[in-house]
Design a protein around this ligand. Structure first.
Ligand code: NAP
Length: 304
């Protein structure tokens, strides 16, 4: 039986793994699909992580992974689907039928892209609609793309695409962006980016592939069509907490309720990174969660 089973190998999970290993705990990191490093792999350049400024998200994730491996952290590939309380801990079932037992669970499965919610969205997935500029941007070299959203991800995507595409529209529903000021300043210098403010997306049009996006100006009520070969949707994230919802307390949006100590409503279960309730979702706060969770795991063991 492991001391801690860590679900998720993003910065939060790997942070927990490193702190757990150094605390002398037996830890196993489980990650679904492939041994990735979470959402950071989709960030073109990370300029706000102390000591490693300017690395691509992918490279930063690889460094985190390497650090964990060098400390002897063990990994398991599989998706955790069910959690059952046992006398001394938890029995976690994976989609492949395997069961892993651990005294504590550190849950850091992160968040996934939030869809825009249009009926045609699913029809054009992979046919001009994408949720990841780093992954799919290369398909649109010298073409016209549109990014929808006004947060860090939308602006990062627009900056990245501006380096590849002939023209990039950034379509936002309000008249100011919520992205970090430094990202905005960079964006505003790019000659091939056009900002479309106060624009509600009414429809994504297409035939075999996407042809553009039909917009409504929320102020003037004027209609506008923006022709584009590719549409990148970056309208936020939603927590990956489905299999956990019946077990621990979550908020209305599905984030697992936990404070800075990462303790959830259930003793022995800890939530880290983007999946927990918090104000600031950044790499640095995710890594910090990993450290805090291990501290809480140690306190949990001391009080039992
Ligand atoms: P976000 O910060 O929640 O921004 C989502 C954006 O989409 C907002 O501008 C929002 O508009 C817009 N939006 C939401 N629903 C919409 C809809 N139905 N139609 C049109 N627009 C809609 O999400 P994010 O950019 O994906 O970032 C997720 C988290 O990761 C954030 O906490 C972010 O700070 C963090 N992150 C940080 C970095 C970094 O530090 N470099 C990089 C990437 C991500 P409103 O503004 O009007 O609400």
């Amino acid at each position: 039986m492991w001391d801690s089973l860590i679900i998720g190998s993003g910065p939060a999970g790997l942070g927990a793994a490193i702190y757990g290993k150094r605390a002398g705990l037996s830890v196993l990191v489980a990650e679904k699909e492939y041994m990735g490093t979470g959402q950071i792999a989709e960030s073109g350049q990370v300029d706000n992580y102390l000591g490693l400024v300017g690395k691509s998200g992918y490279d930063l994730g690889e460094i985190f992974l390497e650090d964990a491996k060098n400390l002897g952290v063990e990994f398991y590939e599989g998706e955790a689907v069910a959690f059952e309380k046992k006398e001394n801990g938890w029995s976690v079932s994976f989609e492949n039928g395997e069961v892993i037992e651990a005294k504590t669970v550190i849950y850091g499965a992160g968040a996934k892209h939030r869809p825009l919610g249009l009926p045609e969205e699913a029809d054009y997935a992979g046919k001009g609609i994408s949720y990841c500029a780093i992954c799919d941007g290369a398909f649109y070299k010298k073409k016209v793309t549109a990014v929808i959203g006004g947060g860090d991800v939308a602006v990062e995507d627009a900056i990245f695409l501006a380096g590849l595409c002939e023209k990039v529209y950034l379509i936002h529903r309000r008249d100011s962006l919520r992205a970090a000021k430094s990202l905005q300043e960079k964006l505003f210098t790019l000659p091939n980016v056009e900002l479309v403010w106060n624009a509600a997306v009414e429809e994504i049009t297409g035939e075999a592939f996407v042809t553009g996006v039909q917009l409504l100006d929320t102020q003037t009520k004027e209609e506008r069509f923006v022709a584009a070969d590719g549409i990148f949707i970056a309208v936020g994230i939603q927590p990956v907490s489905e299999s956990f919802k019946s077990l621990v307390k979550t908020d209305e949006a599905g984030y697992i309720c936990a404070g800075e100590d990462c303790c959830t409503s259930v003793p022995g279960i800890f939530a880290v990174g983007d999946v927990r309730t918090k104000k600031l979702r950044q790499i640095v706060t995710a890594v910090a969660d990993g450290a805090n969770a291990v501290n809480s795991v140690q306190e949990y063991f001391q009080t039992r």
